[in-house]
Design a protein around this ligand. Sequence first.
Ligand code: FE2
Ligand code: FE2
Length: 273
Amino acid sequence: MKRHPFTSSCDWIAYFYENAQTAARRAKPSALVEMPDAIRTAIANSLPAWQLGETSEGRHLRAAARQYAEANDDPAFLSAVELFIREEQRHGASLGEWLDLAGIPRKKRDLGDSLFRICRYAIPNYAVWASVVVMVEFMAEIYYAAVRRLTMCPRLKAECKRILQDEVKHIQFQCEHLAMTRRKLPWWVRSLVEGGELVFYTVVCSAVWLAHGQLLTAAGIPRRQFLVVSAEKFRFTHHLMDPRRYEFGVQKNSQAGRRRSRRLSKIAANWLG
Ligand SMILES: [Fe+2]
Ligand SMILES: [Fe+2]
């Protein structure tokens, strides 16, 4: 298996910080909130729950990340996680803004969101948190691609495109760190964990289809296609989480890249206060 360098926390800080600056500079396209009734109903019945899911304060994640940072002697990881939380909150804020423009009420509570939060918080451990979140992020990739295809609003299309680009990096972020937490586990323990994740992922897919199948169908994604794509994503995640895929402790960038990364880390640390 080809080995890839494990991305350092400094590089993640640099990435999240630059992405935040790019997002702040980006012009927002105009919003076209008039839409056919069927599309409006599908979006109104579904998007507010995802918007709520993007608004977590990140209190539990910070606690779990602190444990990970101490266990792996990686204090910069805390700043990377802080920037990650802010990026998720930006997703929530921009979707919330669009819902307000469209006159679609936001949700304060949602059964699916509450269940996912319980699963994430059940065991205060970064590996458990990331394992749950990465599965939801795979669902998010399918979901936002469907919203982007369904809507005619340039603003919502642009928001979905930006979220989709961000989620690719989020998945890489979680999977690399999951690989780090699993690198010392014997193969049979890793197989047991993967079995448990498959069961959980099946539940997640079923819950997403039950709650958002109407929108996915309207966007031209029937249940069979949803299941096929979900299964492919599960296989791909486990490839990304495989510790044998990484060379831990090897820096990816050149000397110049590392200098830039350190400089951006300092700027980001000031920015975070
Ligand atoms: Fe997100
Ligand atoms: Fe995400």
